[in-house]
Write a new protein. Structure first.
Lengths: 319, 208, 693
């Protein structure tokens, strides 16, 4: 599968970046290099989309450093060499113009920006959350078309609800997906704007009330990854994290079946109770069975009709 | 008189005595700049109106053709332009240096402008009676905000005109009153142009 | 009017004793402010300075004094913003990991989330709108009329009004500390978090009205500066000879004049939502919350270039002076400024690439954003070529300018990263962004600190202490590096911004490094205050002549230092781009006019201050929904303006004899300075006479 191949290129770049990035950090921390390097979430892509994000980061930095470093070096050299106390250096008290230099000075950034602009175009289309070209290319290739899974995401003040509409189940503050499947997310917020972000798997995309945004991702590696909201949404924001578990398709089936039998249910009325402002300080997760298929649309409609899950006035200067 | 006072000619050009700025031109430029910033306010409001003027934004409430009355809007247009014309009379009188002419022109422009504001108040009162308020929907919010901002500008213009009436009556045509009359002309024309835009993008669209 | 939660009374609005916070930190700040206030008042009374203060400062229309007051407000707010930063950093270092301790009712650290959120919102708002902006406007006020040989600004009275409106905004923010609370939705005012439903308190209203009132002031100031530059230039000051700082002032004020009104619209519509219950930015009922982001950033992005362009101008003045060589590529420098100003209008969407606009839109704004790198790069290279074959001297202003240049390289590099959507998707709203914009805003702060040191002697007649200035520079720079470089790293570790609690204990070393950086900052503030004190104490040893640096180039250095209230006794005629260099070259820099004449000057007036006082009443009434106060203040403002328009004798004349007397005194003093300088080995700027710290 081409997605895989892509992944291995990414891995090699990732290793390179890692070995450079954590050199200075060794000085700062007593942790072993390996575990610290693991902390650089966006340099450890576990899927093609985050891999592309990383590749473009490296590209961009490389191109820019190609200009910034010489500029810094030359400027420093000029400053030191042409210092007043250095009486041997040339002094040209009226020189202030040169057509050649002007030309170079405009042309170099212009060409660089043209190059970066091309990459920006490529990159933006490659990871476009609605139709990532990257996945389209991969899936057009030979081999079995990977299965697709649809997940509806609703944020509240300040929890995450992930609904699996086909499976009629939902899970709060934790996301479970099978490896290798293309997961389509439809996202909305019941209250204010949040931002869906799983650094190892997919870049950010806003989650907005009364609207639907989308994100697509494929996870290549089993594991548990951090996910959280990246857009400030009020007092409970710091605790708005969710675990993302990437498990094998087989175990995913088992998990779905087990959730389909849990006692908690979820319809619109129950959602409205769930959506009361809650700071999830202890990282609680909940599973729901018998989830109504239209819940996602109902939440959007409710918000459009002016439904708000209000906050109480906190006493001034405290709470 | 020279500044050099006995210096060699090479140095005489170092200083420029009796150098004065054209006060009225500076003030007029300043006012143009103010109008540029005011135009940006309207640009923002028009943009907001553009974004919020889809049926979708009416949230099931009334949309444009329920809000605008072509005949009232037409009458408002006429009164704005008549007022601008009357203000032209102020300018003519100013050229002639006739204080009475200026005062008479101000009264006429004021009355016609007041007619505009009165019509608009009347129009909105009717909407309110029908239970149509800015709070109704995003659509209504944008509609009222745009039209009322223009209306408030008109009301301030009237206040300015009244002030100028008393100032010219009390102080005559001095440097200060003259530049203010000139700036008021700019302001009044500007409001007329804005009304044309409101008329085109709001009222006409509601009728067509 | 919409109903609000909690009690309301017709006389006091929402105001009640409960509005006074019972937090010990705020109580401490309150006691500190009260004591400081009492000390200042006591000093003024004791030294019998009230009349002086009223006559010479509060009612002044002199552009230099107004500029100085702008700068003082800005520095005080910079200090307040720094205290906010200190509190944020301390919270984050304490609240890292599930086992981190909690104090004062917080689960982790010592600040509950709601309080922490107010702090960064206040910090961002203050730093950008009440520290950087006023100091820049102040510097433009001081310098631009002098650089173009004008007597004053085009509208001196409006100028004072702008100052007092800015002061009202700052006062409202300070008030929010002790009465009620402040917005918790960031300096950008995230919708719909700022809507009444999610921010029912007065905090958002404080934020909104403080900005709204002060930005009226900034807009007035912008129109004033543009008119001044266009209409008040001395004869011979053609566009091709305009000093580069004035050019950047022109470009930047064009940005301000056209973009601040959009901020006004964004906040005004938000205000309608909060006060009248309209639906501009609500999620439901047909509102569109993204419209706010568009309107806000249509101002917000131009605003960051509004603050950087004057800083570029300052660097473009300082670097040639201390390289003893003309600015390289004057024409392209001007073109680059206007290119930046122009493009700044078409990039706003890069602040919300993640909102899910299609790839075509994101690509467009990405490339438009990167295009700004071209003219900025031209500026950097031109500065480098100004230094090339010059004679660089490392006096304090030059140090700040060089520091700014290097900050610009780092900030530009990271800006170019953020400008690329695939990169942005993984670091948007992370502390990487925080590090990017602080590095950039540091260009502004460095430019400001350099410019204050550079032009200080022009206004006050003596130079600031060099060794202490250097210490200030180095401690500040170490602080900057230690605070913001680790932030770039933690951004890659996935740390988002605006967190009052960090889940990831691996971030701890970085937090500690940043806290140490704050320590260096604290020391730097000490050096700054000490520098002011020592310089003031030894001012007689540090007096300077007209050209304070011995190698200055532009027209303002031709006027005596300190500049008399009428600036140039006789308007100078301009012959060259670097007029002072031209005159020096001809041996004419010491030649004074021999004949003086009457100078008409605007009279001092208390009207701007009075309008400011009413504006404070208006803002306060709006925040607390005290309608009688609001209405009364509004009517009072209008009546004051009308009444003022009836006043006829707004000017007076300084007689030629008086001018001659003042000028003679000034020349005598300059001669003394020169003699003292000669005694100490001549005014050799290479070795400025320094007094020990
Ligand atoms: C010009 C703008 C500016 C400046 C200068 C600064 C300066 C600093 N800022 Fe700030 N900052 C912002 C603009 C600015 N900031 C904005 C816009 C935000 C975003 C807010 C939001 O999220 O909504 C932000 C957010 C922000 C955060 C929040 C990060 C987060 O969201 O998680 C932090 C945290 O550390 C921080 C730290 C600092 C520090 C340590 C400084 C230091 O550099 C401060 C250094 C200053 C000094 C050392 C003071 C020197 C004082 C004098 C010279 C005068 C002394 C005068 C007297 C005594 C009278 N800033
Ligand atoms: C003074 C302030 C200032 C300045 C000058 C800049 C300059 C730039 N900024 Fe920055 N920015 C901010 C202040 C500033 N910014 C603030 C306050 C925010 C966040 C607000 C918030 O959310 O709270 C922000 C956020 C921000 C974002 C959004 C981040 C996010 O939220 O996801 C982006 C994305 O594109 C961006 C990009 C840029 C770019 C490309 C430049 C360019 O102008 C940089 C150009 C300079 C160079 C490139 C360096 C010099 C050039 C050379 C040496 C030549 C070689 C260069 C090339 C070949 C290109 N900025
Ligand atoms: Cu942008 Cu919804
Ligand atoms: Cu920007």
């Amino acid at each position: 599968m081409r997605v895989r191949q892509y992944g291995s290129v990414v891995c090699r770049i990732g290793r390179l970046v890692r070995s450079i990035a954590f050199l200075p950090l060794l000085l700062l921390s007593g942790c072993s290099a390996h575990s610290l390097s693991r902390q650089f979430l966006i340099f450890h892509p576990a899927g093609p989309l985050s891999g592309a994000d990383m590749r473009f980061t490296v590209l961009d930095v490389a191109v820019m450093l190609g200009i910034i470093i010489p500029t810094a070096v030359v400027t420093t050299f000029f400053l030191l060499h042409y210092r007043k106390t250095n009486t041997t250096a040339a002094y040209d008290p009226t020189w202030s113009h040169s057509n050649v230099i002007e030309l170079v000075v405009w042309a170099v950034p212009l060409l660089t920006v043209a190059l970066l602009g091309y990459y920006a175009y490529r990159g933006t289309y490659a990871v476009d959350p609605f139709h990532p070209r990257l996945l389209k290319v991969a899936q057009a290739g030979p081999g079995a078309v990977p299965p697709r899974l649809r997940v509806d995401v609703i944020t509240t003040d300040w929890q995450w609800l992930f609904i699996y509409p086909k499976q009629h189940i939902a899970i709060a503050n934790e996301l479970v997906i099978p490896r290798g499947a293309t997961v389509d997310f439809h996202m909305t917020s019941a209250t204010v704007v949040n931002d869906f972000f799983i650094p190892n798997l997919a870049g950010m995309i806003d989650v907005m009330p009364g609207m639907r945004t989308e994100q697509v991702l494929v996870a290549d590696k089993l594991g548990t990854y951090k996910g959280y909201s990246a857009n400030f949404s009020g007092s409970g924001f710091s605790w708005m994290g969710f675990k993302t578990r990437v498990i094998s398709p087989k175990r995913f089936q088992d998990w779905v079946q087990s959730v389909q039998h849990v006692p908690l249910h979820m319809d619109y009325a129950q959602f409205n109770a769930f959506a009361k402002p809650t700071k999830n300080i202890n990282g609680k997760t909940y599973e729901f069975s018998d989830v109504k298929g239209r819940l996602f649309d109902q939440v959007i409609e409710g918000v459009l009709k002016g439904r708000v899950y209000t906050t109480q006035l906190p006493p001034p200067g405290s709470a | 008189m020279t500044a050099s006072g006995g210096m060699e000619s090479g140095q005489s050009a170092l200083w420029e005595p009796h150098y004065h700025h054209d006060v009225i031109a500076t003030r007029t430029l300043g006012f143009w700049l103010y109008m540029l910033s005011d135009a940006m306010i309207f640009a923002g409001l028009f943009a907001a109106y553009g974004v919020l003027s889809h049926t979708y934004n009416a949230a099931g409430g009334p949309v444009l053709h329920a809000l605008v009355h072509p005949w009232t809007a037409y009458a408002e247009t006429l009164s704005v332009f008549a007022s601008v014309l009357a203000y032209g009379g102020v300018m003519v009188a100013l050229k002639r240096g006739s204080r009475e002419g200026v005062l008479a022109g101000l009264v006429a422009a004021f009355l016609l402008g007041a007619l505009f504001v009165g019509l608009e108040v009347h129009e909105f009162a009717a909407l309110f009676r029908m239970g149509i308020y800015p709070e109704g929907s995003g659509y209504l919010s944008a509609f009222f905000a745009l039209v009322m901002t223009h209306g408030i500008h008109m009301a301030f213009g009237l206040l300015w005109m009244a002030t100028m009436f008393f100032q010219v009556a009390a102080q005559g045509l001095t440097d200060k009153t003259v530049y203010r009359l000139l700036n008021l002309k700019l302001f009044w024309h500007f409001q007329a142009i804005l009304w044309v835009l409101v008329y085109t993008f709001v009222d006409m669209r509601g009728v067509l | 009017m919409v109903n609000v939660q909690g009690p309301w009374s017709p006389i006091f609005g929402r105001l009640s004793l409960g509005a006074i916070p019972d937090n010990p930190i705020i109580a401490g700040a309150f006691i500190f402010s009260v004591v400081l206030g009492i000390l200042v008042l006591a000093y003024l009374t004791y030294a019998d300075r009230w009349g002086y203060l009223w006559r010479e400062w509060l009612t002044t229309v002199d552009h230099k004094k107004i500029g100085v007051m702008y700068i003082i407000i800005g520095l005080v707010m910079l200090f307040r913003g720094f205290i906010d930063a200190l509190m944020m950093r301390t919270q984050q270092v304490l609240a890292d990991g599930a086992h981190s301790p909690g104090f004062l009712g917080a689960a982790h650290g010592y600040l509950v989330p709601y309080h922490f959120d107010q702090i960064y919102s206040a910090h961002g708002t203050i730093m950008i709108l009440f520290a950087a902006t006023p100091i820049l406007v102040g510097l433009m006020n001081v310098v631009v009329p002098l650089q173009i040989g004008a007597r004053d600004m085009a509208f001196p009275y409006l100028n004072a009004l702008g100052l007092w409106l800015t002061a009202v905004g700052a006062a409202l923010i300070m008030l929010s500390l002790f009465l009620g609370d402040f917005s918790h939705a960031g300096w950008v005012g995230l919708t719909p978090l700022t809507e009444l439903a999610y921010s029912p308190g007065v905090g958002t209203d404080y934020w909104m009205w403080a900005i709204q009132i002060s930005s009226v002031g900034t807009t007035l100031g912008a129109a004033n500066l543009i008119a001044t530059i266009i209409k008040m230039r001395a004869p011979g000051m053609t566009w091709g000879r305009l000093p580069i700082f004035t050019w950047t002032a022109l470009s930047t004020n064009i940005i301000a004049l056209t973009s601040f009104p959009l901020l006004g619209v964004a906040l005004g519509l938000l205000g309608l939502d909060r006060y009248f219950g309209t639906h501009f930015f609500t999620a439901g009922m047909g509102g569109n919350l993204m419209l706010y982001s568009d309107l806000f950033w249509m101002w917000g992005h131009p605003e960051v270039y509004f603050v950087i362009l004057p800083a570029f101008g300052m660097m473009s003045e300082i670097i040639p002076t201390f390289s003893e060589k003309p600015l390289f590529g004057y024409v392209t420098m001007v073109a680059a400024s206007f290119a930046i100003a122009g493009v700044s209008w078409s990039v706003w969407l890069h602040h919300f690439f993640t909102m899910g606009a299609g790839p075509r839109v994101n690509t467009f704004f990405s490339i438009a954003t990167m295009v700004v790198g071209i003219p900025t790069g031209v500026k950097v290279f031109n500065w480098a070529f100004t230094i090339y074959r010059g004679r660089s001297r490392f006096e304090t202003p030059m140090m700040w300018a060089i520091g700014a240049l290097f900050m610009l390289l780092v900030g530009g590099l990271t800006g170019m990263m953020l400008a690329m959507p695939p990169v942005n998707y993984s670091v948007h709203n992370s502390v990487f962004v925080v590090a990017h914009f602080h590095t950039m805003l540091m260009v502004v702060v460095y430019g400001i600190l350099g410019a204050v040191t550079y032009w200080f002697p022009k206004v006050f007649g003596f130079r600031l202490n060099e060794p202490l200035g250097k210490r200030f520079f180095w401690t500040f720079t170490i602080g900057t590096i230690m605070v913001f470089i680790p932030m770039y790293t933690s951004g890659f570790m996935g740390m988002t911004r605006r967190l009052d609690y960090l889940t990831n204990p691996a971030l701890f070393p970085f937090e500690v490094a940043e806290e140490l950086g704050i320590g260096f900052y604290l020391v730097s503030v000490y050096y700054f205050v000490r520098q002011l004190y020592v310089s003031l104490r030894d001012r007689n040893a540090n007096r300077v002549g007209a050209d304070a640096w011995g190698s200055a180039r532009t027209l303002e250095w031709l006027a005596p230092s300190p500049v008399p209230f009428y600036n140039f006794a006789v308007t100078p005629r301009v012959h060259a781009r670097d007029e002072l260099v031209w005159r020096r070259g001809q041996g004419l820099d010491g030649v004074a006019p021999t004949h003086y004449e009457d100078i008409p000057m605007p009279r001092n007036t208390s009207v701007p201050l009075v309008i400011g006082a009413f504006a404070l009443g208006l803002g306060f009434g709006l925040v607390w929904r005290i309608w009688w106060l609001t209405d009364a203040s509004f009517i009072a403002i209008i009546l004051t303006v009308i009444a003022r328009s009836f006043v006829r004798d707004t000017d007076y004349v300084v007689k030629a004899g008086e001018v001659e007397r003042i000028e003679k005194n000034l020349r005598q003093r300059a001669a003394e300075v020169a003699r003292a300088g000669a005694a100490a080995g001549g005014i050799d700027v290479l070795r400025p006479r320094e007094s020990s710290p």
